[in-house]
Every structure is written in structure tokens, then in C-alpha cells.
Write a protein that binds this ligand. Structure first.
Ligand SMILES: [Zn+2]
Ligand SMILES: [Zn+2]
Length: 89
């Protein structure tokens, strides 16, 4: 008796990543939404569509775009300060 040959684990594994909490699951899990916060999982880079090859991805390896949703929200009194260069006038 021989066990059926299992595919080697070093296949082209791809992951889905929650942009909110950073939870990553393999695409094989077929999870589409994060169980933690209900956000739609990223199945690839939102910028260039490159697949996520590692569950620890925080930035796209193809275009460098941030994968996590780090936009500030609900922070009263905090505004983005645009770097305004003082021009001599
Ligand atoms: Zn999440
Ligand atoms: Zn990208």
C-alpha cells in the first residue's frame, strides 16, 4: 500500500490578507472576509494585483504599495500636515 502522493508544500502558495488587522490566510482556506472585523480580504495587491506570497506581507513586493489600511480614522484633532516649504519672498 502506498499513500497517495501529496503535492509538495512548496507550491505557489498565495495568501489573502485583511487590510485592517493584518490577518492572513491561505487562499486555499477560501475565506473572503475577515472573521475579526468583517473586512474583505485582499487577494492581491490593490495597486498592481500581485499575489501575496507570504502571510507576513505588509507591503506589495511588486509596487511597494501598503497593503494594510493604516489610514487614520476617528482621530479628532489630528490633521495631516502637508510639508509646506517656506519660500523666500
Ligand atoms: Zn481583520
Ligand atoms: Zn503592488
Amino acid at each position: 500500500m502506498t499513500l497517495p502522493a501529496a503535492p509538495p508544500p512548496r507550491t505557489r502558495a498565495r495568501y489573502a490578507l485583511c487590510p485592517l488587522c493584518g490577518r492572513a490566510v491561505p487562499l486555499a482556506a477560501r475565506e473572503r472576509y475577515c472573521p475579526n472585523d468583517g473586512r474583505a480580504l485582499l487577494r492581491g495587491c490593490p495597486g498592481c494585483g500581485a499575489p501575496l506570497r507570504t502571510p507576513y506581507a505588509r507591503f506589495c513586493t511588486g509596487c511597494g504599495a501598503a497593503l494594510l489600511d493604516t489610514a487614520p480614522q476617528g482621530k479628532a484633532g489630528t490633521h495631516w500636515r502637508s510639508p509646506q516649504g517656506r519660500e523666500a519672498g
